[in-house]
Structure formats: C-alpha cells, structure tokens
Design a protein around this ligand. Structure first.
Ligand SMILES: [Zn+2]
Ligand SMILES: [Zn+2]
Ligand SMILES: [Zn+2]
Ligand SMILES: [Zn+2]
Length: 334
C-alpha cells in the first residue's frame, strides 16, 4: 500500500487526485489501462459528497470476494476475469483488487449509485449484515466452488459503469469503518482514540468531534478541565487552548491579550476583540465608526507606520489593515 506518512498531509486515498497520482507513479502495464479508463469519474462526476470530517463509526465497508468478471464501460471498455476482492466504501467508492500491486484493476470513486446484489441461501443478505459483523456473517463458504451463492456489484457515475459479477463466490462481509487520521489522544467521554482528520479531531468510538481552529496544532497535552487535547494557535502570540471551545474559548484568551491593545486608524478609539463568526478587531466607537479587521492567523512581528501591528501570516507579512497604504514603505525593512 501507499507509504505511511502523515495522512493529514496526503490527499485522501479515495480522492481523484490520489487516483491519478497513484496511476502515474504506479507500475507500468495492465494497471495503467484501468487507471486511464477510470481516472476521470471522480473528477468529472459532480461529487456532491462533501467528504465529512469523519465517518460515524456505524458506517461500514463491504468486502466481497470470488472469481469474478469485472466490466468497466464508459469512455473505455474493459473486461477482466479472475479471483478478486471487491471493496465497497460508504462514500460509494468501489475498488476491485486482484493478486498484484497496490492498485485496483478497476475502480469508481464517489459513484452516483452503488448496488450490491447477493444470492444468499443463508439469508444473510446485503441489508441484513450488521455493522458489527463477525465471521458468522460471512455470506458464503470460504471453500471456492462449495457454494452456489453469488454476488453482483454495480457502480455508476455519469456514463461510466463498473460491474463485478461472481462466478464462484468466496464470501462477503461487512466491517465497521471510519475516517483514519493521526492519533492525538483519548476521548474523555468513551476512552476511544481521538484522531485528527482534515480540519477536525474526531473520536473513533463515539460521535464526539471538534473542529480545529485555523492553523491549530494539536499538542501532546490534555486540558486540565476536560481531558481533551490542547491546541496551539497563533493569534498574535502563541496561545494554547482546549480543543473544546466551550471549555476554553479562544476568543477570551485573545481578548485577555489584545483587547484595547491597538487604536482605530480612523478615529483613534480602542480596537476591541470581538467574535462575530470569526475573531475581529472592531472599533470601540461602533456604530459611529465601523472600522473592523479580521484577526489574522499568525504572530505579531512588528508595527506598521500606521500604528497597527504587522502579522506574519501564511500569505506573508501584512499590516492588520490588509489594505493599508503605508505598509509597503515600512514593511520590508524589518
Ligand atoms: Zn468518544
Ligand atoms: Zn477542556
Ligand atoms: Zn474607529
Ligand atoms: Zn498599516
């Protein structure tokens, strides 16, 4: 599989970008056909599946195995037969793996629709398999050829159709699935692992989830009050706050540091730290003066000729007033 790196830095494994880069760096040969035949669907299809920050733990991945014919139709037609494993993800991504390499022989990411049909003499039909499936939920005997039951998986995205039909089923099963991320501690509610996925920290055991503040770095330290990890953000100065804003609001910490620290460039009243959607520095004379600036994410590194602070942000150094005309003259020398 792909190298284990910081998964937050890597694109999601099922993203179109990941597919195409994998295809480009993958082994030459047959798999390239599958890749080029299928590199488009994820990108071309309108993906109304905003990747949730985390999948609720009750979601499941279905795995079906057997000797199958796999047909991909669309821009390219391709039929392959062999002993494969079919992975159906909760986001309607379908992957068909054979015995070699990390790359599926065929796949559709974020399909519009996925149908899984199962002939099941034991009655463990698709919908009946529970989230906590154990081995007893395997739908067919593991011995090839010993079972009459078969399955079919159909995934569609626009004009592309991926269809897998078993000739001899080796079985199928459902496993609980979630987003995977860098572990950052334990959930104070249920004790399960907390993981950082995208812009959030989510629990693998319950539905607890907290968004990370912009630029937030999860620390290896827990909040004294609630046990959640602490997060370091830079709002002027480095500030360590609890991941739970309700427990330890970032706005109050910023207010302690910077309320009335600077003056309005238009009327010289104090600038107040206020929270309206995000953090703002707004003029105390409001509504007579409507001057307000969003609080930049980054450290204060100096003072502009206009009197306002200079921040170093991801986009470079800037005056608190992003449209300040006096900044350039004073800015670069510091
Ligand atoms: Zn939990
Ligand atoms: Zn806390
Ligand atoms: Zn003002
Ligand atoms: Zn300025």
């Amino acid at each position: 599989m792909r190298p284990q790196t910081d998964t937050d830095a890597a694109p999601p494994a099922d993203s179109p970008a990941a597919d195409s880069s994998d295809a480009a760096s993958g082994d030459a040969g047959d798999s390239d056909d599958a890749a080029s035949g299928d590199a488009d669907p994820g990108g071309a299809a309108p993906t109304d599946h905003p990747a949730p920050a985390t999948d609720p733990p009750e979601e499941s991945i279905r795995v079906l195995a057997g000797e199958c014919t796999t047909t991909f139709s669309g821009r390219r037609e391709r039929t392959q037969r062999g002993h494969v494993v079919v992975v159906v993800k909760p986001d309607k991504t379908v992957l068909v793996h054979d015995a070699e390499g990390y790359q599926p022989i065929a796949w559709l990411t974020h399909a519009d629709a996925v149908t899984v049909e199962v002939d099941d003499p034991t009655g463990a039909a698709d919908g009946a398999m529970g989230a906590g499936s154990g081995p007893e939920d395997v739908g067919a005997d593991a011995e090839p050829g010993a079972d009459e039951a078969g399955f079919g998986v159909t995934a569609r995205a626009d004009d592309q159709v991926l269809r897998v039909v078993s000739h001899r089923s080796a079985g199928w099963i459902r496993f609980p699935a979630s987003a995977a991320g860098v572990p950052v501690g334990a959930c104070p509610d249920c004790g399960s692992a907390l993981v950082r996925t995208g812009g959030a920290v989510a629990c693998l055991g319950c539905d607890r989830e907290h968004g990370l503040p912009d630029g937030g770095q999860v620390l290896d330290a827990a909040c004294d009050a609630c046990g959640l990890p602490l997060v370091r953000v830079r709002r002027g100065a480095p500030i360590e706050v609890c991941l739970d804003r309700g427990c330890d609001p970032l706005a109050e910490r910023v207010r302690d540091l910077y309320d009335r620290a600077w003056s309005c460039p238009d009327c010289d009243s104090d600038l107040r730290v206020i929270e309206r959607g995000g953090l703002l520095l707004g003029c105390d004379a409001y509504p007579d003066c409507e001057t307000a600036f969003s609080f930049p994410s980054g450290p204060v590194v100096g003072r502009c000729d206009c009197g306002l602070p200079v921040f170093r942000t991801g986009g470079g150094r800037r005056c608190l007033d992003g449209s300040c005309e006096r900044f350039e003259a004073a800015g670069d020398g510091e």
